[in-house]
Design a binder for this molecule. Sequence first.
Ligand code: MG
Length: 163
Amino acid sequence: MIRPVIRIGQGVDIHPFDASRPLILGGVRISETNGLAGHSDADAVLHAITDAILGAAGAGDIGQYFPSTDERWRNADSRVFIIEARRILDEMEAEITNLDITVIAQQPKLSPHRDAMVASIAQLLDLPEGHVNVKATTTDHLGFIGRGEGICAMAIIAIEVGA
Ligand code: MG
């Protein structure tokens, strides 16, 4: 069997807003209110990255490892999910080549938090910051995101697997 050298994975996650919770994206606490609803801490960025890693690894999806029906993950710090995904990569002796993230949100403005998110994600994955890119965009007020009902995070990753 020929083993591919580069593998690609993508992850997408959407959470609705919950004004009573803190907003945590990419492991960064962005505000104490106007956060996201979810079983865990609802860090849509870390969830999308976790799914991208699992996709590149051919290892299923985040729900298989951390089901939202499991009380252990209620209000869980989503960094736990990334650490498990990273462990799976280590097991297959894979290295992350590049990780690119897009956050789609009408509000809040995320550009002031971009550098902190890059630093946080790079640290969690033990990567140089140059391997991580975070972009933010809006929908120009269209749809549920444009109405400020929720946030979408998308991640795409390339990994290199030793032959
Ligand atoms: Mg999620």
